[in-house]
Ligand binder design. Structure first.
Ligand code: A3P
Length: 321
């Protein structure tokens, strides 16, 4: 997505109320982010120990950021309640490259790790699909690590519906209906979509290069958090001990990163926008966090339509969502 390609933008769609999106190399991007995405792709230089978190919006990004941060900083000299998550929204602690690459804050963040220790690796996030990541990140010689979180499509579409109505809506614009949201989702016309192609790219790369890409599922994290947090910590090179102390550390990381804790912190309660993305209220990342909550929002026909598509799109993989 060089600047030349951005000037010759191919197929165009309207997303939500009147946000414009363009499709490049099979994936959809909001027009408002094209410049930042292009700069990230062409200018970003990974370090060997960088950790890049990846996700489709609303699949568990905030949780993943909080977990990784708490794992990497668990030995920092902090009181139980006094970690950095208490002072900063997770999305300000770990910026999203494709949204705010060109800001001064992100450029500062890239110069060093701005959190509490200088020994921690750089720790970043992106919603870009694997095939659209900077070449230097994907290349065989690059040793930076990627962690991807995926979520079942029906809970994802419902979470998107709440989120995008909140950020793109206003008091005078009626909410986009769930029918339209499902229509857009199934047609692949969502930011960074199509959903299935995006998730399959990371899944396949995690199978090709398991030492480079860790693939996590939101539902699995909910079902067996201790097991998957241990897996995540080992992948990040910071394994927990298998003794009681290790178990206690896992519990602390889970508690620090939990939805119940984060949503009650003053720093996350505000309807004020993120400094790096002012249209996104800090509170908008925290809602119910349930598995199967879609049952309260999707009609049986909508659910059936998504199930059929999931089956069709994943039939050549052993991935289930
Ligand atoms: P729901 O809308 O289903 O409640 P993202 O972080 O990718 O934007 O995803 C947001 C979804 O993750 C929301 O789901 C939100 O409630 C949930 N979430 C946010 N923080 C979480 C946490 N610490 N633990 C579990 N789920 C969390």
């Amino acid at each position: 997505m060089a600047s030349r390609e951005m000037k010759e933008l191919p197929p165009k769609e309207v997303f939500w109320h009147d946000e414009k999106m363009h499709q490049i190399d099979g994936f959809w991007y909001l027009d408002s982010l094209m410049e930042s995405i292009a700069a990230f792709r062409s200018q970003f230089q990974p370090r060997t120990d960088d950790i890049l978190l990846t996700s489709i919006p609303k699949t568990g990004t905030t949780w993943l950021i909080a977990l990784c941060h708490s794992i990497l900083h668990r030995h920092d000299n902090e009181e139980e309640e006094e970690d950095s998550l208490m002072k900063m929204n997770p999305h300000e602690l770990v910026p999203t490259m494709d949204i705010s690459y060109l800001t001064d804050q992100v450029q500062e963040h890239l110069k060093s790790d701005h959190t509490t220790t200088t020994t921690s690796p750089r720790f970043l996030h992106t919603h870009l699909p694997y095939s659209c990541l900077p070449e230097a990140v994907r290349s065989a010689g690059s040793s930076c690590k990627l962690v991807h979180v995926a979520r079942n499509p029906k809970d994802t579409v419902v979470s998107m519906w709440h989120f995008y109505n909140k950020i793109f809506g206003s008091e005078t614009t009626p909410d986009v209906t769930m029918e339209s949201a499902v229509e857009g989702f199934c047609g692949g016309v969502i930011p960074y979509g199509p959903f299935y192609e995006h998730v399959v790219e990371y899944w396949e790369e995690s199978r090709r290069r398991p030492e480079k890409v860790l693939f996590l599922k939101y539902e699995e994290l909910c079902r067996a958090p201790n097991e998957h947090v241990r897996r995540l910590a080992s992948f990040l090179g910071k394994p927990f001990g298998s003794d009681e102390d290790g178990d206690a550390e896992v519990e602390k990381v889970l508690w620090r990163s939990s939805l119940n804790r984060l949503k009650e912190l003053e720093v996350n309660k505000s309807d004020e926008g993120l400094e790096l993305a002012p249209i996104i209220p800090k509170s908008s990342f925290f809602r119910k966090g349930t598995v199967g909550g879609w049952k309260n929002y999707l009609t049986p026909q909508m659910a059936h339509r998504i199930d059929l598509l999931t089956e069709q799109k994943l039939q050549d993989t052993i991935l289930s969502l």
